[in-house]
Design a protein around this ligand. Structure first.
Ligand SMILES: Cc1cc2nc3c(=O)[nH]c(=O)nc-3n(C[C@H](O)[C@H](O)[C@H](O)COP(=O)(O)OP(=O)(O)OC[C@H]3O[C@@H](n4cnc5c(N)ncnc54)[C@H](O)[C@@H]3O)c2cc1C
Length: 485
């Protein structure tokens, strides 16, 4: 057995893979370029405020439970999980929709907006639940090696759902545009437009309305801390401030990596850094995918992010808030079809200190604002400032309060930071989108076709973007490495 494995990166997928590999008896050494672990899920703390820098929605709690159960642990061994009620609020131009913590509450809200819609909602979520069971228990656990992995009696019976889109199916059942946007929101996590996302992916609607929105006390970084501590318990050696500058290959086999100018030898190398970047660490003849290949793929959006400390509590908002008071379709076009800074963007505002007092000093509010934008856009301090003013103005108008003078500090993060901090391709925030032609075996492969002992994991490979898929990606690649060694 080839025992020594080097893992590049410390995002959710690398930490997950490291834990599984250590449990299988491999000697695992992880190298992270930044000074803390967590990748896109790092934490910012400032003046008593705590910010999750990336993910903030804890969805699919069953996947986290399964991850820790694989090591004889429970999430509660590491962090306290609370179900949010309301889960979130959506601000539209002329109304606010509140998503409660049960399907009955949500159905009542739907009925208020559109008579008769609650019945459609229940049947829609019933179908979404069936798809969730198939997706999570069957499809998603396959390593994306062959098209036949997708062929199960259940998927064959639903083959039409791979060719219809979420957008089309939602519009057949719901007429009110606000309900349509509400039901299209969850698939945005998959990184593509709802009109390009197969309707089979409505399992995300079950994740949303069926399983609910949760919050680990202290923030999402508590999960990273938990996984780091589990990895260390299992014997994983974690090195931060350790950028890998080369994956060394001789005669089609990797010998290890170069870190701080030194060769670190290994029997297997696994990279959880962005797939495109990982391949640039190889000599050209060992790369599987050309620049043209990456350039023609649909990437998930980038984001303009603001981390803001307020010196007072805010009114009329919840832990999670979506501002869908502008044209959803136009903003989506500006992300995917004609990439440019959006004219009138939708945005997301997160105030974790509303439900978790540990995240801000007393009487203060921790705020995170996110504007989804196209990848590779020009990113300047002036543009960031212009968009901050724009969203703050809209926020104040929609929530009827003046908060400009209550800002203690604000930090921003955008395309240039994604590239610089994470080696992200074109500054994407959450990987390669899940579209019909970028699903399962059609995604970049977990195992290199050109270097026998080189593997990849993370949001650019299978199953795709998001924290739960990153946990699964780590498991899939660990199983594949075991099989190949
Ligand atoms: C703003 C934002 C909001 C999001 N919101 C949500 C959400 O609410 N819920 C959800 O489920 N998901 C969300 N996501 C997606 C989720 O965060 C990601 O899918 C997931 O964290 C990706 O994990 P990963 O391991 O694939 O990659 P990463 O987290 O990017 O990890 C890759 C790691 O590799 C390191 N690295 C890169 N190059 C090198 C090198 N040469 N040497 C050493 N190390 C290197 C990087 O520093 C990084 O630590 C969000 C993402 C962002 C950015």
């Amino acid at each position: 057995m080839n025992r020594k494995i080097i893992v590049i990166g410390s995002g959710f997928s690398s930490l997950s893979a490291s834990c599984y590999l250590a449990k299988k008896g491999f000697e695992v050494c992880l190298y992270e370029k930044n000074n803390t672990v967590g990748g896109r899920a790092r934490q910012l703390t400032k003046e008593g405020f705590t910010f999750d820098m990336g993910p903030s929605w804890y969805w699919m709690p069953d996947i986290f439970d399964k991850f820790f159960a694989d090591f004889g642990k429970k999430t509660s061994d590491y962090y306290q999980l609370d179900k949010l009620d309301p889960a979130y609020k959506i601000f539209f131009d002329d109304d606010v929709i509140t998503i409660g913590d049960s399907l009955d509450k949500i159905a009542t809200e739907f009925e208020r907006i559109e008579k008769g819609s609650s019945l459609h909602l229940k049947s829609f979520i019933q179908q979404a639940q069936e798809n969730y069971d198939i997706a999570i228990n069957k499809v998603v656990l396959r390593p994306g090696l062959s098209p036949f992995e997708l062929v199960t009696p259940e998927t064959v019976a639903r083959v039409d759902q791979f060719f219809k889109t979420i957008s089309g199916e939602v519009r057949k059942k719901f007429k009110n545009p606000k309900l349509v946007s509400t039901l299209e929101f969850p698939v945005l996590f998959l990184g593509a437009k709802p009109s390009k996302t197969p309707s089979f992916y409505n399992f995300m609607n079950y994740a949303d309305f069926g399983l609910g929105t949760w919050h680990p006390k202290g923030g999402m970084y508590e999960i990273i801390k938990a996984m780091k501590s589990l990895a260390e318990e299992l014997g994983v050696k974690i090195n931060t401030n350790s950028p890998i500058t080369k994956i060394v290959v001789e005669e089609g086999k990797t010998k290890g990596v170069i870190c701080h100018g030194e060769l670190k030898t290994a029997d297997v190398v696994l990279s959880g850094a962005d797939y495109h970047h990982s391949e640039t660490l190889l000599d050209v003849q060992y790369r599987q995918y050309s620049e043209k290949y990456w350039d023609t793929k649909t990437f998930a959006p980038s984001s303009l992010l603001f981390y803001v400390g307020f010196d007072k509590k805010l009114k009329g908002v919840e832990h999670h808030n979506l501002f869908f008071d502008t044209d959803f379709e136009l903003h989506a076009q500006e992300i995917y079809d004609t990439p440019k800074w959006p004219k009138d963007p939708l945005f997301y505002a997160n105030f974790p200190s509303i439900t978790d007092s540990s995240m801000a000093p007393e009487g203060c509010e921790t705020a995170f604002f996110l504007v989804p934008i196209a990848t590779n856009l020009e990113d300047t301090p002036e543009l960031r400032a212009q968009y901050f003013d724009l969203i703050l103005k809209r926020f104040q108008e929609k929530t009827n309060q003046n908060i400009e003078k209550n800002i203690i500090f604000k930090e921003s993060f955008c395309v240039n930071d994604f590239i610089e901090e994470y080696n992200s391709y074109k500054g994407n925030a959450y990987g390669l989108a899940n579209t019909l032609t970028q699903t399962a075996f059609l995604r970049p492969k977990l195992k290199s076709k050109k270097v026998t002992n080189l593997f990849f994991t993370g949001q650019l490979t299978v199953p795709g973007p998001g924290v739960p898929p990153a946990l699964i990606s780590g498991k899939l690649v660990a199983d594949l490495i075991e099989k190949n060694n």
